[in-house]
Unconditional design. Structure first.
Length: 506
């Protein structure tokens, strides 16, 4: 009953006028950002983050969180209508959503995506309500040594959990760690890798890096690959023709529940994120689903599986973020940076020291999820116009937001130049098929890793034995080894045996 009482108080906080407006504004912005190909929740949250610095932390995080999970709703629109996913998790949605659109069932695909997103998101919020506090209590048993292994686990897993190429993911992770070490060493007070530039003595700023890599990087891609962002006119849809029938609803419901549960579990894992949740849920449904033969050809089950999973994962990512201070995705890594800038320290004590903030956020998710569903369904005819905005207008608009958002943080042109450089780096990485999300995750986690390592050595007097003393450390160390060797073992086992030509001749 304690959690229920705290949740009711949190819902009361979320129902205050300013927090309700924040959730509503975040939901609308998230739908629009998600529906526009080439932006995504990472860029959306990163661009909005500087505007929330002077807000109340609870109001600010409610708005950013609403933008995050509503982006999952909006990402399905462009994926279904244009076959251009608005965000990476929507890639799986396009596999069945676009074929449905080609068959004249775009309305049903959009309605299925919205309802499934609501089901998956609701499951994620319910699990967060009870798993979050439990994880916080369990997290109190984590000392500096255990947290060191936990961050190493996240760093070793994101390399192959994000993207198809583990080597590219690990390269991006290593690059993020290198960038994070720029600036003064907090223990020794000596500058590292600043090359005499006083602007780098305090390290690479978080906001310019994020806005550059996930905002300006997309601008460069939109200029170079204009054909990929060309606007497409589509048939006007009505809400009435979008509603699924009873038979389709029966097919959607169990898939959405299954995928919502799996997606939430994937979202809780550090470094996995909504993309991995959508992928695994889609593959699972294709293996065990009753209509698995039609998956990929325009089945509502495919849309339901992907959308329920990525919304469940988006909600689930808040559990490790709030309870352990570990981001479960690139977007939650941006939110982690925001929490620190507001003077809040995510971790086991957050539920104890800042209950109004935590439960106000969780309460707002219940309300925000309902708001997202209503707006998404009502916006089906309207958002058709948004996704047809030509790139010739998108490029100057996003560029202006990137420059203004970066400059407003420190009123520094150096930050603007850094943002542009980060955008160029992100584009070059995309050409080399190197994902940018691992870089951001490792950039955020590395300072924490360094701090916990120093604390562990201070406690043990410099002994390495502190890292293998507790049962939790031993379990985490074992998991790290498994994460490290699994890609190699899979590659070995997936090799086809050589064909014996003599047997073929016989």
């Amino acid at each position: 009953m304690g959690n229920v009482q705290l949740l009711l108080e949190g819902i009361g906080t979320a129902l205050s006028f300013q927090n309700l407006i924040a959730a509503f504004a975040g939901a609308i912005m998230g739908l629009i950002v998600g529906a526009m190909p080439g932006i995504g929740s990472l860029a959306g949250v990163a661009l909005l983050l500087p505007l929330t610095f002077k807000m109340n932390p609870t109001t600010a995080i409610i708005m950013l969180a609403a933008l995050y999970y509503s982006n999952m709703y909006g990402g399905s629109f462009s994926a279904i209508l244009l076959n251009i996913p608005g965000d990476s998790p929507a890639i799986m949605t396009s596999l069945d959503g676009y074929p449905m659109s080609r068959k004249g069932e775009a309305g049903k695909a959009l309605f299925t995506a919205s309802v499934s997103s609501f089901i998956g998101g609701t499951i994620g919020i319910i699990m967060l309500t009870f798993i979050g506090p439990l994880a916080a209590k369990w997290g109190l048993s984590f000392g500096p040594a255990e947290l060191t292994w936990l961050i190493v686990l996240a760093l070793t897993s994101i390399g192959w959990l994000i993207g198809d190429k583990p080597a590219a993911g690990l390269l991006a992770t290593a690059l993020g760690m290198m960038i994070a070490t720029v600036g003064f060493d907090k223990a020794l007070g000596q500058p590292r890798f600043a090359f005499g530039n006083v602007n780098l003595f305090s390290g690479v700023a978080f906001i310019p890096l994020v806005i550059g890599m996930f905002g300006f990087g997309q601008v460069i891609d939109m200029v170079v690959n204009r054909d990929n962002y060309a606007s497409v006119s589509s048939k006007k849809l009505s809400i009435k023709e979008s509603i699924v029938n009873k038979d389709e609803a029966k097919r959607i419901a169990p898939v959405a529940v299954r995928s919502g549960l799996l997606g939430t579990f994937i979202g809780i894992l550090p470094g996995a994120g909504a993309t991995m949740g959508a992928f695994l849920s889609y593959v699972t449904e294709k293996k065990i689903g009753k209509n698995k033969d039609q998956m990929g050809k325009g089945a509502v089950e495919g849309v339901a599986a992907a959308e329920a999973a990525n919304n469940g994962a988006a909600m689930g990512a808040f559990a490790p973020l709030l309870s352990l201070g570990i981001p479960g995705s690139g977007t939650s890594a941006v939110l982690l940076g925001g929490l620190m800038m507001w003077g809040l320290q995510p971790g086991p004590l957050l539920f104890k020291n800042n209950p109004d903030f935590v439960w106000g956020l969780i309460g707002s998710m219940y309300i925000g999820n309902i708001i997202c569903l209503i707006i998404a369904i009502l916006s089906i005819p309207i958002l058709m116009k948004v996704v047809t905005v030509p790139s010739s207008l998108m490029v100057p608009l996003i560029s202006s937001i990137c420059i203004i958002g970066t400059y407003s943080v420190n009123n520094s042109m150096f930050d603007v130049y850094l943002m542009i450089g980060a955008g160029v780096l992100a584009y070059l990485m995309s050409l080399a098929d190197i994902p940018a999300a691992p870089l951001l995750l490792s950039f955020v986690l590395t300072p924490m890793l360094e701090m916990y390592i120093r604390q562990s050595f201070d406690i043990s007097g410099g002994s390495l034995g502190v890292f293998i003393q507790s049962p939790i450390s031993k379990v985490l160390c074992t998991l790290i080894i498994l994460f490290s060797v699994t890609p190699i073992l899979l590659k070995i086992f997936n090799k086809k045996p050589p064909v014996d030509m003599s047997e073929m001749d016989a």
